[in-house]
Every structure is written in structure tokens, then in C-alpha cells.
Design a protein around this ligand. Structure first.
Ligand SMILES: [Zn+2]
Length: 108
């Protein structure tokens, strides 16, 4: 069976989002590598993992595509912790993380 997703790259992306050590502007700004901590598409919002996964309008269409599957797992709005596999129920965590990985695969 062919692996459709570059697993290692997605694992790295999820780990970076969990730790906050990302290539997003909020982190790069803390390191002095960018002039602004804000999202390039949302000049008043910090470019954080939460913004990328939950709020940035740049990824709205991709987010909308995976929200119905996500709402079957999380009837209430999921948090960043949920999206990164931090659910207390391991089955929920596995399913949610797979959806997040699919979103990231289409986004990054
Ligand atoms: Zn944005």
C-alpha cells in the first residue's frame, strides 16, 4: 500500500505545533527572525498554531471541509489541544489527530 501522506513531515509539523517551535511568524518574531509576529493575511492576529488551525481565513475552505468529520468526534468546538491529539479518550485523540494531519497535508 502506498502511503499517501508524507508521515515524517506531518509528524514533524504536529510536534512543532505542539511545542510552539514553528515557522509561524509569532515564533520567528520571538527569535528576531521576522519584523512582525502577525499572520501575513491577518495583520492584527498573531501567527500562532491556534490561528493557523482554528481561525485564519486563508485556510477557511480547507477547514470547512474537515469540520463535519471533526464535529462527529467533538460535538463542541475543538480546542488546539484537541486538534493536536490531546484528547483524554485515545480513540478520539487518534481520529482527531488524523483529521488534523489531513488538514495540514492540504495546508502546508
Ligand atoms: Zn491569518
Amino acid at each position: 500500500m502506498v502511503d499517501l501522506f508524507p508521515s515524517r513531515a506531518l509528524d514533524t509539523a504536529v510536534t512543532r505545533l505542539r511545542t510552539g517551535h514553528t515557522r509561524l511568524n509569532a515564533h520567528l518574531h520571538r527569535l528576531g527572525m521576522t519584523d512582525s509576529p502577525h499572520c501575513l493575511w491577518c495583520p492584527t492576529h498573531p501567527d500562532t498554531p491556534e490561528h493557523l488551525l482554528l481561525h485564519c481565513p486563508r485556510h477557511h475552505s480547507r477547514r470547512v471541509a474537515f469540520l463535519p468529520s471533526l464535529s462527529a468526534i467533538h460535538p463542541h468546538r475543538p480546542t488546539l489541544t484537541h486538534l493536536l491529539g490531546g484528547c483524554t479518550n485515545t480513540t478520539q485523540a487518534f481520529k482527531t489527530l488524523n483529521l488534523t494531519r489531513t488538514f495540514l497535508h492540504k495546508t502546508i
